[in-house]
Design a protein around this ligand. Sequence first.
Ligand SMILES: Nc1ncnc2c1ncn2[C@@H]1O[C@H](COP(=O)(O)OP(=O)(O)O)[C@@H](O)[C@H]1O
Ligand SMILES: [Mg+2]
Length: 335
Amino acid sequence: MADVVLRNLAKRFGDTQALVDLDLSIRDGEFVVLLGPTGAGKTTTLRLIAGLEKPDSGRIEIGGRNVAAEAPAERDVAFVFQQYSLYPHMTVYENLAFPLKAPVRKLSAEEIDRRVREVARMVRIDHKLENRSTRLSGGEMQRVAIGRALVRRPAIYLMDEPLSSLDAKLRAELRLELKRIQKELGSTLLYVTHDQVEAMTMADRIGIVAEGRLMQVGTPREIYGNPANLHVAARLGQPHINLLPADLLPGGQPPAGTKTVGARTEHLDIIVGKDANAEIDWIEHLGDQNHLHIRAGNHKLVTLADPYLAIAPGDRISLTLRDPLYFDAGGQRLS
Ligand SMILES: Nc1ncnc2c1ncn2[C@@H]1O[C@H](COP(=O)(O)OP(=O)(O)O)[C@@H](O)[C@H]1O
Ligand SMILES: [Mg+2]
């Protein structure tokens, strides 16, 4: 495993500036997640590191070496693609063993067998080693695809939304598994996704990307609690952060220059039927919690509420801010 450093990376495709001066250092053994919407430049970043694309400018270092002149095979990276591609005519065992059989690796048959079985156990596919890869469910295929990367011990694992094609339950399971395996192996991992839950739960550090730019890098707690700007604040949190004019609700202490107040659930206090300044529009019942849709003046807010809170559409409430986030006219955070 190794440190990976990206310096001023830029890449353009025709009229599209896919990446703009991207700087990122990934420490040895670190799990970094790039979080951003479709088209943000996530796949391009991984492809540049893997050597599948050439940057227009900038530098990529893996373990201290500049890899600009190295072909993909020389770079010592393992890539898990968004669309898993297994060898259909091979068994699960053969798929997992394949990356280890390259002549340059010079591994003994015993060593290959040991690694295949070890990784198969890790990704919980050891009971299906003799199955044809076409005879697997989507979740099992994806486990094999991840396993095929894990049998190698590269400088860095690059994973491109590897869980996005799976159903919610399996995604939640594999997210935990992947984090556990990464810890166990001490591997360096760059994972890209548009799913904020994956980023929050797996990352040591999250990098927020938008339109080819890295907007902020930090631990999940830093990114969530201390966002640098409106864009970053809006990427995290469910329901979505409420963006309100500075003077809409009482309770805050907006610093000079405040244009927008950002209020998540934890920044809003609700009292029913006292000095009302807002009204419940409707309530979405999710079972363990409710989404309250609230109208305050001409503004709509959504917040989570305890299912035991006795409240109904049409009820008048008092809504107060508690230590919300403040942003200036340019969207930059004020403190
Ligand atoms: N081979 C390509 N040719 C033309 N445009 C591309 C190519 N690859 C990516 N792009 C464009 O670059 C931008 C970033 O793409 P990508 O890195 O795939 O984003 P993401 O993975 O975050 O969805 C997008 O606007 C995309 O359309
Ligand atoms: Mg992509």
